[in-house]
Structure formats: structure tokens, C-alpha cells
Design a protein around this ligand. Sequence first.
Ligand code: AP5
Ligand code: MG
Length: 213
Amino acid sequence: MRIVLLGAPGSGKGTQAKKLMADRNIPQVSTGDMLRQAIANGTRFGLQAKAVIDAGNLAPDEVVLGIIRERIGEPDAENGFILDGFPRTTQQALDLEELLDELGTPLDTAVLLDIDFDILMKRLTGRRTCSETGKLLNVYFSSQEELDACTEAGGELVQREDDNEETIRHRLDVYHERTEPLIDFYRSRNKLTTINAEGPIDEVYERLIAALQ
Ligand code: AP5
Ligand code: MG
């Protein structure tokens, strides 16, 4: 199964991709996570990426395409992958199409996580990642038990640098301008499936599974 998860920042791409990855045994391929990993590794490339990400802008198309090309060529992606946060521009969508054509492995579907913009701010300002377990949490939506499990494991709840109100607003504008056109792009290819991404995580996941049948 080769799918794209399309949706605004905070729509739940990462949350849903992780659940699907565990169930279907295919990797989540998140360009955001990979760029943040490059930053954490302190490479020169990471340093350049940091400025772009912290400002809420997009990394250059050819850079992310290079990352994707390499990642989906790895053995664990042979039976499929979940693209999370890629493509994000029309150019990236065209590049992906060309790459998958070359490989003879076309995309099955692009699932749009549809959500009201008003909900996103709370999801994003409340997001935390556990430094020990890597679990994605939220100070507004996760249960106290889930939050405590992180501290009990010796971890801390870490907030992303780009999850402040000003940068979130800019990321939402960038999404609107550069990424939203992909909804029509995939619709024109007959590959678009839309699910309602509001409500509890497990309910959204059920809708996702139903959409993939
Ligand atoms: P990226 O990391 O992809 O960030 P994003 O697109 O802004 O999306 P998010 O990760 O913020 O949201 P999400 O949809 O994954 O939501 P999540 O599941 O975490 O990209 C970061 C940056 O990297 C970009 O700004 C850009 O600079 C660069 N970049 C990345 N890809 C690029 C590309 N292709 N080209 C160029 N540049 C690129 O959920 C959010 C929160 O809500 C969490 O706390 C979660 O617990 C909670 N939550 C989720 N679902 C629910 C629910 N149903 N109910 C309640 N809470 C929920
Ligand atoms: Mg994410």
C-alpha cells in the first residue's frame, strides 16, 4: 500500500501514520521528522534546514525529493509506505509521480485529513513529544495517564520550536497557498479520498481504515 496523507499542520498526519504503520507494517515516511533528525544530528545541511523549519517555511523541492528518493528505496519500503508531509507543493507532487512511474509502483491513494482550521491552533500549541518514548502527546487532549507515562519513563514533554502561535499561523498560510492545490491535483488523478479528521484519534483512525478498503 502506497499512500499520501494530505492535511494541514495539526490535522493528525503523524498521529494516524504511526497507528497505520504499527498495524500494516509499512513505514511512515515523514519529511518533517527526517528534516528534524538532520537538525538533531548537527550536520551543515541540518543547520540550513533549521532556519527554514523554525520560520515555518518550506525546504526546497529538490532537497525533499532527494530525501524521499533515498528513503523509499530502502528495503522496508518495498511493500509500501505512508507519506506524511510530502508532497507539499505541486512540483513535489509531479516529482513524486515521475519517481513512482520510474519505479513502476504507482500511488494507491491520497487521503485528505479534513478539519476545521479553528481546531488546529489548540492541537499544535498543545503538542508535546516524549523525549524518552517518542510518543506524540497533547497537553489538552491526551489523558493524564498518557502524560504521566512519559515522566514515569524518565522522559520530558518536549515542544517543537515551530509550535508557537506566530509560526503556526504562518505554517497555516503556507499550507493554504502551497499545499491546498494538491487536493485538486489528486482529485484530477482520481486518487483523492477525504475523511473527517475531527473527533477522537481512534474514531479518525477507523475512518482512515474504512477509506483504505
Ligand atoms: P511537518 O513535521 O510535516 O509539520 P506539519 O505539516 O506542519 O504537520 P504537523 O506535524 O505539525 O501536524 P500533523 O498533521 O502531523 O499532526 P500531529 O499528528 O502531530 O513539517 C515541519 C516543517 O518541515 C515544515 O514547516 C517545513 O519547513 C518542513 N517540511 C516538511 N516536509 C516538507 C516538504 N515536503 N517540503 C518542504 N518542506 C517540508 O497532531 C498534532 C497534535 O494534535 C498532536 O499533539 C496530537 O497528539 C494531536 N491530535 C492528533 N489527532 C488528534 C485528535 N483526533 N484529537 C485530538 N488531538 C489530536
Ligand atoms: Mg507531523
